[in-house]
Write a protein that binds this ligand. Sequence first.
Ligand code: AGP
Length: 611
Amino acid sequence: MCGIVGYIGGRVAADVVLDGLSRLEYRGYDSAGIVVASAERPELDVVKRAGKLQVLRDALTERARAGAPLRGVRAVGHTRWATHGKPTDTNAHPHLSEDGKLGLVHNGIIENYVALRDELKSRGHDFRSETDTEVLVHLIEEQYAGDLPAAVRAALTRVRGAYALVVTHVDHPQVVAARATSPLVVGLGEGESWVASDVPALLPYTKRVVYVHDGELVVLDASGATLQHLDGTPVDRAAEIIEWDADAAEKGGHPHYMLKEMLEQPDVLRRTLGGRVTPDGLDADLELALDPRAVDRVVLVAAGTASYAATVGAALLERLGRVPAGVVVASEFRYQEPVVDARTLVVAVSQSGETIDTLEALREGRRRGARTLAILNVKGSSLAREADDVLYIHAGPEIGVASTKAYVAMLGAFALLALRFGRARGTLDDAAAAAWVAGLDALPDVVALALSRRPQVAAVAERVAGARDALFLGRGFDVATAYEGALKLKEISYLHAEAYPTGEMKHGPIALIDRDLPVVALATPSPTYEKTVSNLQEVRARDGWVVAVAGDGDTGIAEHADAVLYVPVVAEGLAPVVNVIPMQLLAYEVAVRLGRDVDQPRNLAKSVTVE
Ligand code: AGP
């Protein structure tokens, strides 16, 4: 989703902003631009291009060669993920006012932009782009009379929707930013300051940051940043120190972030699980105010991969904690008039903590009186601020757009939460709790072993890469694994993939089966193992090409499959953590063979901050 970087200070502002934008590329984008203010020019200097940042860099190099480099001490840049209007040079941000003095970038959607545009046009404004953003430029331009923060405040009273915006004016020695829903963070240095949509843009320069909250405006000048509410009253918030270093966000020698992040999963699990089991080894200590005995029902809200983690989480909460639990896709929840009350726990699950659908679902739950818990990776994110309780998964920065290590860490967090529920509610006895904790202790090494089987997955990927579609099947806890396997393959290889509970296959999808359709079936030990084997025979009887994911030592499965991906065997409830590894590797190996942009697949954004 769009990335924003603003800078004011003594460095070459355009270079700092471009560097920051490159560190936000993981968010996904399809055009980029930059605007610079300098005392030597009466107008802002803007360059913007459709395509990747390199296209913008090339344009800037050309300008420099022609003797007109982009110079100035204030700059604002943007990577745009198109919503209103195609990814073209014209629609790219920044957008300028008609007099060329005011420049603005925006992340989010202005919901009442059509009415505002018509009104502004009727007052003679000339619109150049197809974006919703441009109304902001004209609104602020109309209000500007030498005081940029006041003009932004006044303009925003007219606006409905989500935004993080940054504005600069050639006659005004400050950069002004404001937030409603879309993330913004300020970086503080000595005689310089930044504003960005995410921390990685700031890390090479400063670790001192202040998070901007909804309904706040920030004014940057060389001496620092001041926060205020949209009514102009000041906000006093202390800076925080970020613990991640810039290296943590680099590829660590691997060709793709996704591969690096998959290989990190054993360490990630050690972080997620480490230090969270009570000294007697029978319970989880998660530092939550929540009392599981005060919960009659759990509703989990999430999107994409996080929703599949939530599906496993719901099954674990039911199995260990004997509490009814179900997942509602976050984008649907708030429109369902959901039935929740004070004894309902709404659990929002999100890597970024900024997914607008999930954030709005959590808000809906709160509005209706439910207690809320957020299971998150990114600290200080919007969801973290709004939930009653937060359980961090400690996956570290995830840069690849396709989520891998965050998924596994979410499953680890759910395994702990289910343990807590089971113990608090008296539904998990000592022996079962001890066995569960022993399983958790072994998980990081087991996942490392599963990752070491990459060559066997690569051999299967050769064949899958030549297919047009694929079908993923799983039962029980592994229904979610099948969905996640299909999503991973779709996202990064662009092959069409479907997932079904294995038992559903005969109710329709079986019509798809022929020799060209790879069928990837989760078949590790479970009470339904034999039924799964029967279903595999049904596929093979129709010439389908079966790839079985089976437990080590299951020699019999080879009779029912064309290829077998062996994984170490763990307790049934923990199997999704292990079984997803060949799913991730398969998607990766196929995407590499097809020459896809693995880390930034087309049309996708890392953090989806629009509805
Ligand atoms: C995962 O590979 C996806 N790109 C996507 O489905 C993602 O999981 C979803 O958008 C939710 O993101 P979140 O965890 O940051 O809320």
